[in-house]
Design a protein around this ligand. Structure first.
Ligand code: COD
Ligand code: ZN
Ligand code: ZN
Length: 362
């Protein structure tokens, strides 16, 4: 069958939206008609050449909601018509890390490929790599059964795609990695699509002070709507000095860096009190080196997708949204057709959006 996909042929290039060949689902695989596909900072890392684990051509996209349109042999957990969120770190389920609940470290997962080492997308016989074994910038995809998490059918699928990366990444940083106790003071350096979710989850965690740091006035305004009690404009002077001033010179109990740069990780570290935690969300470029005092005095954690167990977390987050406790609609700055994907990336690059959601079927 055919699918329309946005193909990246190499770093720093525009995506080419074109028809590709899509092989039907094999055993334990599922055909999904994509409803919503969010453009995440990690996709931008892919265009900038930072995701070196993937080959080219590559279809990016990993924040996806859709409807099951068909299943291959031996699929037991989803059926045609189910509403699903795509799980970007499914793991094989059998290796040692998977068995201890750490699919992020799966020994069988091959970047850009299905578990059997092949791709379902191709063009004139040439395999196309699929980011996170998904390749979500397309109108239909074939993914592993383990990559499909069914959700309640009354939740609006267009925006629910954001739960599958941006929202759950913030949730996991606050509740699974840092385990922020009620009353803590916190700082969030970088309030894009993921950072805003760190802010709102800190609010759910009853942090007493949530300081949002960004260089964009519109992001800081959004951060206030998501629960920030204070904001720091990092383009208007040293953010560390401003953070220390806000906390009586002491620093916050818990900081989160949600940009993925050594310089801003250092800022988060310097704004954290001795004994506090510094949670680095995301993955910096391989050649970006960080210098810290050897006498750390603080716990440095890495978070993001590492602690997520999608089958546990997605239904909880969808319920929180449906019960009015989690903001998702407000994260969608705009929607676009798949054909406009490059304009969506330009918006992200220039900090004009929290999230763009692509609607490949309009
Ligand atoms: N000081 C303060 N804020 C800044 C600065 C600065 N010097 N520079 C940029 N910012 C702000 C921008 O204005 C923007 O608001 C924000 O930082 C970055 O946000 P986005 O929207 O570009 O990116 P996100 O939120 O979608 O993604 C951030 C990650 C850190 C998650 C991403 O970059 C990453 O590293 N992803 C890979 C690893 C990972 O865990 N991913 C989770 C699943 S994809
Ligand atoms: Zn993402
Ligand atoms: Zn595994």
């Amino acid at each position: 069958m055919r699918a329309t996909a946005a193909v990246l042929y190499g770093p720093h290039q525009d995506l080419v939206v074109e028809e590709v060949d899509l092989q039907g689902p094999r055993a334990h695989e599922v055909l999904v008609e994509v409803v919503g596909s969010g453009i995440c900072g990690s996709d931008l890392h892919g265009i900038e050449g930072d995701l070196r684990q993937y080959g080219f051509p590559l279809v990016l996209g990993h924040e996806v909601s859709g409807v099951v349109a068909g299943v291959g042999p031996d699929v037991a957990t989803v059926a045609e018509g189910d509403h699903v969120l795509v799980n970007l770190m499914p793991g094989c389920g059998y290796c040692a890390p998977c068995c201890v609940g750490n699919p992020y470290r799966c020994l069988q997962t091959k970047p850009g490929l299905m578990l059997d080492g092949t791709t379902r997308m191709s063009l004139r016989g040439r395999p196309i790599y699929q980011m996170a074994s998904i390749g979500g910038f397309a109108d239909r995809i074939v993914v592993g059964e383990r990559s499909c998490v069914p959700i309640r059918p009354d939740a609006p699928l267009e925006q629910m795609c954001l739960v599958s990366c941006g929202v759950v990444t913030g949730w996991s940083a606050v509740f699974h990695a840092a385990r922020v106790p009620p009353g803590a003071t916190a700082a969030v350096v970088g309030c894009g699509g993921v950072g805003l979710n760190v802010v709102q989850c800190l609010s759910l965690a009853h942090a007493s002070r949530i300081v949002a740091v960004d260089v964009s006035a519109s992001k800081l305004e959004l951060a206030r709507q998501f629960g920030a009690t204070d904001v720091v404009d990092a383009s208007a002077g040293d953010p560390v000095a401003q953070l220390l001033e806000l906390t009586g010179g002491r620093g916050v109990d818990a900081s989160f860096e949600v940009i993925s740069r050594a310089a801003t990780i250092r800022q988060a570290f310097d704004a954290t009190r001795p004994g506090g935690t510094v949670t680095v969300v995301g993955i910096a470029a391989a050649d970006d080196e960080l210098t810290l005092p050897a006498n750390l005095g603080r716990t440095v954690l890495t978070a993001g997708w590492r602690q997520v167990l999608a089958w546990r977390d997605f239904p909880i987050l969808v319920d929180l949204y449906m019960n009015g406790k989690l903001k998702v609609d407000q994260l969608v700055s705009r929607t676009r057709e798949l054909a406009d994907i490059n304009a969506g990336f330009a918006d992200l690059r220039h900090g004009r959006v929290a999230r763009t959601v692509l609607l490949p079927h309009g």
